[in-house]
Design a protein around this ligand. Structure first.
Ligand code: NDP
Length: 501
C-alpha cells in the first residue's frame, strides 16, 4: 500500500512556535514547521556525514536498487504528493501531477545511469607518458546542501537531489519557507525506503536556515532561486571555499521565424508564459516575431490567452501567485511597460487582483522596460515585432540572463539555436529540454552556472580523481633528481620533432 504523503507528519509541528505554510488560494494554514537554527542545521550535516560514508560504501548497484524503490514509492504516492504541492503553491492539480512525473523520470534516469557515467574509466596517457596507465574516477563529494525555491517545490530541488544521491552523496535539503511540507514529504518518503541512515534530510526555516546550511560544512551547495539570493549564497560559501552550483531565473524568449507553424508557436508562447501563473524559471517572458507574421501570431496569442480560466479551483488553468511579494513586482513591470509606451492587448494594470493575476499580453514594449529586462514571474508576455531573426538573436543575447529559449522555424531552428547565448533551447516546442533527463539543465550569465540533470548533472556532484599507474620503466627517466644530463636534452629533441612543426 502506498505510504501517505502528509505535510503534518511526521516532522511538521502543529504549534504556534513554528512558522506556518499557507495555501495561497485561501490563506489557510497547511501546517506549522519548525525554524531550524544554526545548531540544528549543523547537527543535520553531522548526521549526514556518517550517512554519506555508508551510502558511498553501498556502491552503485545497491544505491540504484534503493533509488529505484524510492521512485516506485513516489509513483504510488503521486496523487498525495501532488495534492500537497497544490496546497502549498496553489497550482492547478494537473500541473502538480505533471511536476511529479518529472520528478519520477529524473530519479529513474539518475539511478539507472550513475554507474555508466561515473565508474572509473581509462584514458590515453599520450606519447610522452606512454609508460603510465591513466584513469579517471568520479568520487562523491560527501554531503551536498540543496537550497530550493517554491515554484516547482518537488521537481526543482529533485533535479539536484536525485543526481547527488545517485552519485553517492548524502543530502541536506532546505526547501523554501513557502513549501516546507513538500520537502518533508520527499524526505519521509525516502526514509521509508532507506531507513538505515539519514541519507536525505530536510531542514526547514527562513533564509537564515539556508545561510546556516551554507556555513555548516557541506562539501558542495546546490542553489536554485533568485539571482539576488544566489549572490548572498556565493558570498557565504566563499568563506569556506565551498563550491556551488547556481540555478537562477531568466527572461526567456521565444523566437518566431517567417516560415514557422504559427498555430504551434502561439500555443507554445501562451502555455510557456502562463503555465504555473508564469512562475517558471524557463517560462516564456518575451516573444520576438519577424514582421511578416507578427500580426497573425499576435492575434493567435491574444485569442488563446482570452480562453484561460484563472482561479483557485484545481481544474482552473492558472492558479494564484504563490509568493505575495511577487505581486508587487508583476504590477510594477506591467506599469513600467505601459508607461514606456507599451500597449496591453489583454489585461493591464487591472489584471492584478491578489492573490490572482489575470493573463496580460503586451506589445510595443521598449527593450529598456523592466518587463523585458527583468524576470516578471507572472502570467505576462511581451510580443516584439523584429525585422528578421538576426535582430531577434541580437536582442535576446543583449540580456544579462541566459537560461532557456525556444525557436519556431521550419528550416533554420538548429542554426538559430546555436547562436543564442543560453543554456538550453527548444526548437519548435517549448521547455521540452527540462523533461529529457539525459540533457544538462542550467544557464549562463545572471541565470547561473553549473549543470543539473543528465551525465553532466551526475558529474556536477562528483569529484574527478586522476590516477596513473606505472606500466614499465621509461627509456628516458626525467622525473627524478638522478636523471642523467642527456635525458632532458633527448626529451627536448623528441618534443621539437613532434610538436615544433
Ligand atoms: P529566493 O532566491 O527568494 O529563495 C531561494 C531559496 O533560498 C529559498 O529556500 C530561500 O529561503 C533561500 N534563501 C533566502 N535567503 C537566503 C540566504 N541568505 N542564504 C541561503 N539561502 C537563502 O527564490 P524563490 O524561492 O523566490 O524562487 C524563485 C526564483 O527561483 C526565481 O528567480 C526562479 O526563476 C528561480 N528558479 C530557477 C530555476 C532554475 O533551475 N534555474 C528553477 C526554479 C526557480 P526562504 O524561501 O525561506 O526565504
Amino acid at each position: 500500500m502506498a505510504q501517505r504523503v502528509d505535510s503534518s507528519q511526521p516532522q511538521a509541528h502543529q504549534s504556534p512556535t513554528g512558522f506556518p505554510s499557507l495555501d495561497p488560494r485561501t490563506g489557510e494554514v497547511v501546517a506549522y514547521h519548525q525554524a531550524d537554527d544554526d545548531a540544528a542545521v549543523h547537527a543535520a550535516v553531522a548526521r549526514a556525514r556518517e550517512a554519506a560514508q555508508w551510502w558511498r560504501e553501498l556502491g552503485f548497484a545497491q544505491r540504484r536498487r534503493r533509488l529505484l524503490s524510492w521512485r516506485a514509492a513516489l509513483t504510488r504516492q503521486l496523487d498525495e504528493l501532488a495534492e500537497l504541492i497544490c496546497a502549498e503553491t496553489g497550482k492547478p492539480r494537473d500541473d502538480a501531477r505533471l511536476e511529479c512525473v518529472l520528478v519520477i523520470a529524473h530519479l529513474d534516469w539518475a539511478a539507472r545511469h550513475a554507474e555508466r557515467v561515473l565508474r572509473p574509466r581509462r584514458v590515453r596517457s599520450g606519447l610522452l607518458m606512454m609508460h603510465e596507465a591513466s584513469s579517471v574516477a568520479y568520487e562523491p563529494y560527501g554531503v551536498i546542501g540543496v537550497i530550493g525555491p517554491w515554484n516547482y517545490p518537488a521537481h526543482t530541488p529533485m533535479g539536484s537531489i536525485s543526481y547527488a544521491l545517485a552519485a553517492g552523496n548524502a543530502v541536506v535539503f532546505k526547501p523554501s519557507e513557502l513549501t516546507p511540507g513538500v520537502g518533508q514529504a520527499l524526505a519521509a518518503s525516502f526514509a521509508a525506503v532507506v531507513p538505515e541512515q539519514p541519507v536525505l534530510q530536510v531542514v526547514t526555516g527562513y533564509g537564515e536556515t539556508g545561510a546556516a546550511l551554507c556555513r555548516a560544512g557541506v562539501d558542495k551547495l546546490a542553489f536554485t532561486g533568485s539571482t539576488i539570493t544566489a549572490r548572498k549564497v556565493m558570498a557565504t560559501c566563499a568563506e569556506t571555499l565551498t563550491p556551488v552550483v547556481i540555478e537562477c531565473g531568466g527572461t526567456d524568449a521565444l523566437l518566431v521565424d517567417a516560415d514557422a507553424d504559427l498555430a504551434a508557436a502561439a500555443d507554445a508562447a501562451v502555455w510557456g508564459a502562463m503555465v504555473n501563473a508564469g512562475q517558471t524559471c524557463v517560462g516564456v517572458e518575451r516573444v520576438y516575431v519577424t514582421k511578416e507574421v507578427a500580426t497573425e501570431l499576435t492575434e493567435r496569442i491574444v485569442a488563446l490567452t482570452r480562453r484561460l480560466r484563472v482561479g483557485g479551483k484545481p481544474t482552473d488553468h492558472i492558479g494564484p501567485i504563490t509568493r505575495p511579494e511577487q505581486i508587487d513586482v508583476i504590477r510594477a513591470h506591467i506599469a513600467d511597460a505601459v508607461a514606456q509606451g507599451g500597449t496591453a492587448l489583454v489585461g493591464g494594470a487591472e489584471a492584478v487582483c491578489p492573490p490572482f493575476v489575470q493573463p496580460v499580453v503586451l506589445t510595443d514594449v521598449p527593450e529598456t522596460s523592466t518587463a523585458v529586462t527583468e524576470e516578471t514571474f507572472g502570467p505576462t508576455i511581451t510580443v516584439h515585432r523584429v525585422a528578421d531573426l538576426d535582430e531577434a538573436v541580437q536582442r535576446v543575447n543583449a540580456g544579462r540572463y541566459g537560461l532557456g529559449a525556444a525557436v519556431f522555424s521550419r528550416h533554420r531552428g538548429p542554426q538559430i539555436a546555436s547562436r543564442l547565448r543560453c543554456g538550453m533551447v527548444a526548437v519548435n516546442s517549448v521547455v521540452s529540454y527540462a523533461a529529457v533527463p539525459s540533457l544538462p539543465f542550467g544557464g549562463v550569465g545572471d541565470s547561473g552556472f553549473g549543470r543539473i540533470h543528465g551525465a553532466d548533472g551526475l558529474r556536477e556532484f562528483s569529484r574527478p580523481k586522476a590516477v596513473t599507474r606505472r606500466r614499465f620503466r621509461p627509456l628516458v627517466q626525467v622525473l627524478t633528481f638522478d636523471r642523467p644530463s642527456w635525458a632532458v636534452q633527448l626529451l627536448l629533441r623528441i618534443v621539437r620533432a613532434l610538436y615544433g612543426r
